[in-house]
Structure formats: C-alpha cells, structure tokens
Design a protein around this ligand. Structure first.
Ligand code: FPP
Length: 231
C-alpha cells in the first residue's frame, strides 16, 4: 500500500439534506459536522494519511448572512469541542485559505489547534476555509513573477495555499464538478462522486470510494505497467 494517500472531499448537500427534512440549511450544516467527525475518525483505517475538506469556499460569502454566520459559528464550535480530541488522537490540523476575512475568534481558534497539533503525524486534516484554488494559483504566479517550471509552481503553491497532489477526490451531493477546489493539486486525482448528501456520508461510503480507487490503474500519462512499450 502506498505510504502517502491524500483524499480530498467536497462536502456537498448539507442544505438540501436539511430542507428535505423540514429543517433549516444551517441544521443541515450541523449534521454535516457529524459526518466530518465520522470521516476523520475512519480515515486512518483506510490508509488515508491526509484528508482535505472543503468547508467554505471564497464564493460562499455570497450566501445569506444568517447562513454564513451560522457556518462560522459551527466551525468555531467544532474546533473548540473537537480540537483537544484531535490533538490527543494524533491528528495534525491545518487550514487552507484566506484568514484575514474570517471572524477573529475563528481565526484564533484555528491558529491554536494548528499550533497544538503541529507535531502530530497520524493523519493530517486540512480544512479549506475562504479558499479559492484559482486565487491560490494566481497568487503563486504573482509570487514567482516570471516564467517558471512546474516544479517551481508546485513548491510555491504548496508553500502558500496548497496541499500537495490529491490521490482521490470525493464529492457528495450528486454534483460532478470541482468548484474551484484544489484545481492544481487534482491534476492526476481519481474522481469519485456519490448522490448521497454529505450528512449521510458514513465510513462505509469512504470504504467504497477507497476500494474503487484501489481498482483503478494510475498511469500519470504513461502506459499501464503490464503493456509492452512500443517504441
Ligand atoms: C456545501 O453544501 C457545504 C458547505 C458550504 C459547508 C460545509 C460545512 C460543513 C460540512 C460543516 C462542518 C465542517 C467542519 C469542518 C466541521 P451545501 O450546504 O451548499 O448544500 P446544498 O448543495 O444542498 O445547498
């Protein structure tokens, strides 16, 4: 089994899940936080070493103020309640995205859990907040300021708002798009989509996605290993 296995998830469908049950969209997000807990706990059992979760895109600021505030409060509460448990269980937490537009209490909470978990190595959990992949790429281009190799781009994106290549990208909620999430890092990612709404996501769904991933042959543009190489 590969030593590094990076899974990224677009956690879509909280709002619809809530509305279909006569609940508010924010209650859907609350149920989504439970699915985050289940997934973080289960991930190491499937060989996952890094898990990157799309919690709030830069485009999500366009949502109604009440929903945005509820999401920010939920994220802060999650870090407050689960931060110490994550640290204790060997999880390293890191945030991707802009910090300057987050509510200060949330930004402080993120920084605290990041600092407390910095030495952990069992699983790296990255939470993308106020994140835009195109912005991260554009920022890297500005930083480089010149024509540069792909390796130089890799390094500079990683040093900024990047997270290294994604192996498996999961999206729940039935949509089949990347929505400005890890566009650079998904260059060779395997994609897995499910109709299930994020609050319904269980460890067994992660198992299905990982099993499917393991069956795929990844050639990164080369030919499959077993095929003779015709010159
Ligand atoms: C997209 O689904 C989801 C979000 C914008 C929020 C994701 C947030 C969580 C899962 C909450 C907790 C996160 C952590 C890290 C504790 P949507 O609400 O747009 O759903 P819809 O497509 O049904 O409208």
């Amino acid at each position: 089994m590969q030593s590094r296995f990076h899974v990224a998830i677009i956690m879509d469908g909280n709002g619809r899940w809530g509305q279909r049950r006569g609940l508010s969209r924010s209650e859907g997000h609350l149920a989504g936080a439970e699915a985050v807990r289940r997934t973080v706990e289960a991930a190491p059992n499937f060989g996952v070493t890094a898990l990157t979760l799309f919690a709030f895109s830069s485009a999500n600021w366009r949502r109604p103020e009440g929903e945005v505030n509820a999401l920010m409060a939920l994220l802060r509460d999650y870090l407050l309640s689960d931060g110490p448990k994550l640290v204790e269980s060997g999880v390293r937490l890191h945030m991707l995205g802009r910090r300057d537009r987050l509510p200060p209490e949330l930004a402080d909470q993120v920084a605290q859990v990041e600092a407390a978990s910095a030495a952990n190595a069992k699983l790296t959990v990255r939470i993308a907040l106020d994140y835009s992949s195109r912005e991260a790429i554009a920022q890297a281009a500005v930083t480089l300021g010149r024509a540069a190799s792909l390796d130089a781009f890799d390094a500079i994106i990683d040093a900024g708002q990047g997270c290294g290549p994604v192996d498996l990208m999961i999206r729940t909620g039935g949509e089949k798009r990347l929505s400005d999430f890890l566009l650079w890092e998904c260059a060779y990612a395997e994609l897995w989509f499910t109709e299930r709404m994020w609050p319904e996501f269980e460890a067994s769904d992660l198992a299905d996605a990982v099993c499917d991933f393991r069956r795929r042959e990844r050639t990164f543009g080369a030919v499959p290993a077993a095929e003779p190489c015709a010159a």
